[in-house]
Design a protein around this ligand. Structure first.
Ligand code: CAA
Length: 386
């Protein structure tokens, strides 16, 4: 039985800041942000969106009533959780109107956890072939204003429906993983911004790629030549390019050209959204699927998942016949966003809901189907808009 990604959807806010303007405001060369970091636009997440609403908005775009009936497992992977106890998946399942006969949990290991969730879902469907699992990676990346990490912020959610006989990508049985306790990026309890050893993190990302890719190659006897495209976790798109260059360093010219060309499609959405931590690898998958014209059913895609702290995994899947018909298209969502100035972005950044007992939020300007309307007695108030 084939198991894998049956549907995939993405959501981010309707606001962005232009990276050239941000570079100028920070007295950096524009080329550093656009080319050196590889980002053109950065999603600005208003207080009326948090990981729960981003997740629900992403999932609502892809789920049919039949899917909703079949779902009995919901996992929200996030490192921007809104509660130390209650799982975001419980809120999301309620907003989506899912059955009560489900398992709903939250998973955490930095940017990696959605991959663990996907693999768990595969096992779940193997045991329950008539069921479906909803896996969502939802995050808001925050490093702080005027920090080195600032141009690598962003936010959004990617929702994936996992099922047997998937329409898009059937996951291969083989995967390789690697875990080691290191401090490259972390967010202590009570902190709303990440701490990061930036340069160290970029090197560990590449080292871990070598670890998991060589283990995968040993196990499967596959080399980079066997892939139609290689996909990377994209904290910012230049980092994935570095990973890809390392991967293809000894490949033949045709393979190098093919994989580098596909990477440009795979980074298109991420370049215009920024980092969404758990969702970034899957946004890159979506970007490739919806923008590349050269993909063919039967091709194998390789995926590199990395979460600081650190955990990595390399896994793969086969593109399914007619996969294009299962894609809903996200170009319009990104094209119809509104640009905000650097000053407005800073205001949004500072007005995010913190540890407050009561506050009402302005939601009228937010076009999301699901919004955060405020907090009452420390209880978040979610709202569905028509
Ligand atoms: N034109 C073109 N390129 C330019 C340029 C110009 N005018 N000026 C500078 N550059 C290039 C630099 O040469 C450099 O390129 P290389 O990386 O190829 O050397 C690039 O722009 C970045 O410049 P700096 O190294 O000077 O950048 P920085 O010191 O300001 O910080 C950073 C960069 C470390 C990535 C920082 O943004 C950061 O800490 N980000 C958060 C951490 C992160 O994303 N780590 C990634 C791995 S960890 C992970 O993947 C998990 C996760 O999601 C966080």
């Amino acid at each position: 039985m084939q198991i894998g990604i049956d549907k995939i959807g993405f959501y981010t806010s309707n606001l962005y800041v232009d990276m050239a303007e941000l570079a100028q405001a920070r007295n950096e060369e524009v080329g550093k942000y656009l080319v050196g970091i590889g980002q053109s636009k950065m999603a600005v997440i208003p207080p009326s969106q948090d990981i729960v609403t981003l997740a629900a908005n992403a999932a609502a775009r892809i789920l049919s009533p039949i899917d909703k009936e079949a779902i009995d497992l919901v996992i929200v992977a996030t490192e921007s959780g809104i509660d130390n106890s209650k799982a975001a998946a419980v809120y999301v399942a309620n907003l989506l109107g899912l059955s009560h006969q489900i398992r709903a949990v939250e998973m955490k290991e930095a940017c990696y956890a959605a991959t663990a969730a996907l693999q768990l879902a595969k096992g779940h469907i193997a045991l329950n072939p008539n069921k479906k699992a909803l896996i969502i990676g939802a995050d808001i990346a925050r490093y702080g204003l005027k920090t080195k990490g600032e141009p690598t912020q962003g936010g959004g959610a990617v929702a994936m429906l996992v099922a047997k006989d998937p329409q898009i990508l059937a996951l291969d049985a083989e995967a390789s993983y690697y875990s080691k306790d290191i401090m490259d990026f972390w967010r202590p309890l009570g902190h709303s911004e990440a701490m990061v050893d930036g340069k160290f993190s970029t090197n560990v990302y590449l080292d871990f790629f070598n670890q998991v890719f060589s283990a995968y190659s040993q196990k499967t006897k596959r080399t980079v030549e066997d892939f139609g495209a290689l996909l990377f976790h994209l904290p910012y798109t230049k980092q994935g390019l570095k990973g890809l260059r390392q991967a293809v360093a000894h490949a033949d010219e045709a393979t190098q050209a093919r994989l580098l060309a596909q990477f440009e499609f795979a980074r298109e959405y991420n370049r215009n959204v920024g980092n969404l931590y758990t969702g970034s690898l899957y946004l890159s998958l979506l970007s490739l699927l919806e923008n590349s014209q050269d993909l063919v059913a039967g091709q194998r895609l390789g995926l590199y998942s990395y979460g600081s702290g650190a955990q990595a995994e390399f896994f793969s899947g086969i593109l399914q016949p007619g996969f294009q018909d299962a894609l809903i298209g996200h170009q319009e969502l990104l094209a119809h966003r509104k640009q905000v100035s650097v000053a407005e972005y800073e205001q949004f950044y500072q007005s995010v809901l913190a540890n407050e007992a009561n506050r009402q939020l302005e939601v009228s300007a937010d076009p999301g189907q699901f919004v955060l309307a405020g907090v009452k007695d420390f209880k978040r108030q979610y709202q569905r808009q028509e």
